[in-house]
Write a protein that binds this ligand. Structure first.
Ligand code: 5RP
Length: 262
């Protein structure tokens, strides 16, 4: 692997653990002003010191992240569809030149295996991997799940394996029963998305189960910024991912941060 790609991956997956807590705040690129992210700057400010890496679009990066921040950026470079249309028809929305200008540590796009846009989004991935290899920038493939897809180990294993075969350096997917099998059959590091908001203890358990099964951390958004204590949640998830805390220890961190309220 090229030194630049390896070094950028090491900025995202912390060398001391090989893991990351990636804070995902890219949802607006197809959802608009999602709950909890209406004012990205306000959401981000208190969370940035706790995140290991940050996944977002160039618009939010340029306008809402302080320039003095040294957080590694995972820049979303796909889009072109909205929640009102067929989501799987994504194209590429950012030139590699601009990703470099923004000092991205990695670029990311969604692939829609089994959906209408499957072919195009896989070819998007192939193109980005070629460009990423040319400039030393790793590519994180997001295995987006179509409305009719079942999030089981068979389907997610298929999507993750295809992404890594095409050359993705990192893959983001969902936790599922039998997740260790998805990890085993994907020869690049996997990070796990949080998905829709669930009770805080369940989200902490999801992070715990994921790293126990071999994930290299989480790429978590709504279960952090839609929590009643976003700081409590990111600190709890970080304790699980980076410090091997138990679910109860991490839940205690969340509860303490929210002031012991029931
Ligand atoms: C949207 C994304 C999100 O960044 C990803 O799903 C993680 O966020 P969440 O934990 O809210 O699911 O890629 O397409």
């Amino acid at each position: 692997m090229d030194w630049g790609i390896a070094n950028r991956i090491n900025r995202i997956l912390k060398p001391s653990t090989g893991r990351t807590v990636m804070l995902a705040v890219d949802h607006g690129y197809f959802l608009g002003p999602t709950s909890g992210l209406e004012e990205p700057r306000k959401t981000l400010e208190p969370l940035l010191p706790h995140a290991d890496s940050l996944m977002l679009t160039r618009g939010v990066l340029r306008n809402c992240v302080p320039r003095e921040s040294d957080i590694p950026i995972v820049l979303r470079v796909s889009g072109g569809t909205s929640i009102l249309t067929e989501l799987s028809g994504e194209g590429l929305t950012v030139a590699m030149e601009d990703a470099i200008r923004l000092n991205a540590c990695a670029i990311t796009l969604s692939i829609f295996v089994g959906a209408e846009g499957e072919r195009q989004t896989l070819l998007n991935l192939a193109r980005l991997v070629d460009e990423g290899e040319r400039y030393g920038i790793p590519v994180l493939a997001v295995t987006a799940v179509g409305k009719d897809m079942v999030r089981d180990a068979r389907y997610l294993g298929l999507a993750c394996r295809i992404a890594s075969e095409i050359g993705a350096h990192l893959v983001k997917t969902y936790y599922c029963e039998g997740f260790a099998e998805v990890v085993r059959s994907t020869p690049v590091p996997l990070v796990v998305a949080g998905g829709k908001k669930i009770p805080e203890k369940d989200a902490i358990l999801l992070a715990w189960n994921s790293v126990r099964a071999g994930a290299k951390g989480v790429d978590m958004g709504r279960n952090i910024f839609q929590s009643d204590s976003p700081i409590g949640m990111i600190r709890a998830v970080k304790a699980v991912v980076q410090e091997n805390a138990s679910v109860d220890q991490a839940y205690g961190i969340y509860q303490q941060a929210r002031g012991g309220r029931k």
